[in-house]
Design a protein around this ligand. Structure first.
Ligand code: 5GP
Ligand code: ZN
Length: 140
């Protein structure tokens, strides 16, 4: 997806409307069009980066700060007792908009939403092997 055709770039430039909740020099937050719960908000960098592997670490402070501020505001506005921060990378992970964004999803006691099912490693050795394999890729 080119930046010219990227919907989130057009939203960041004000060329497509959004229900804005927050912005600063580098970050914009607006309501998701199809909310998990009302108040579900997306936080995006104004610049186009497709996913976590491409976004510069220097943006981290601005994003983290926005997630904290907007997360608290979403809880206040919706009466939620918690919120999920989610960020999908790649089609298989559920990413549909290839301009990086973080979801802030308000959560309510007993709302019945499962995030995902978790399993088990066959044994402790298999878990250690996987840790060693991941660590080896950090060195590549
Ligand atoms: P993803 O699946 O990529 O993590 O999330 C993309 C999100 O963007 C979805 O939750 C979807 O509802 C939201 N979305 C897609 N198009 C638009 C749009 O034009 N405006 C807004 N506000 N949200 C959008
Ligand atoms: Zn974009």
């Amino acid at each position: 997806m080119s930046e010219e055709k990227c919907i989130f770039c057009l939203i960041a430039k004000g060329e497509i409307p959004c229900a804005k909740v927050y912005e600063d020099d580098s970050v914009l937050a607006f309501l998701d069009l199809s909310p998990v719960h009302p108040g579900h908000t997306l936080v995006i960098p104004k610049e186009h980066y497709k996913d976590m592997l491409h976004v510069p670490c220097e943006l981290g402070t601005a994003v983290f700060s926005a997630l904290k501020k907007v997360g608290a505001a979403v809880m206040g506005a919706t009466g939620a007792s918690g919120f999920n921060v989610m960020q999908n990378n790649g089609l298989s992970a559920g990413q549909t908009m290839f301009h990086i964004h973080w979801h802030i999803i308000p959560r309510f006691d007993g709302d019945g939403l499962g995030v995902w099912e978790q399993g088990k490693y066959p044994d402790a050795a298999a878990m250690q092997d996987m840790a060693a394999k991941v660590a080896s890729y950090l060195e590549k």
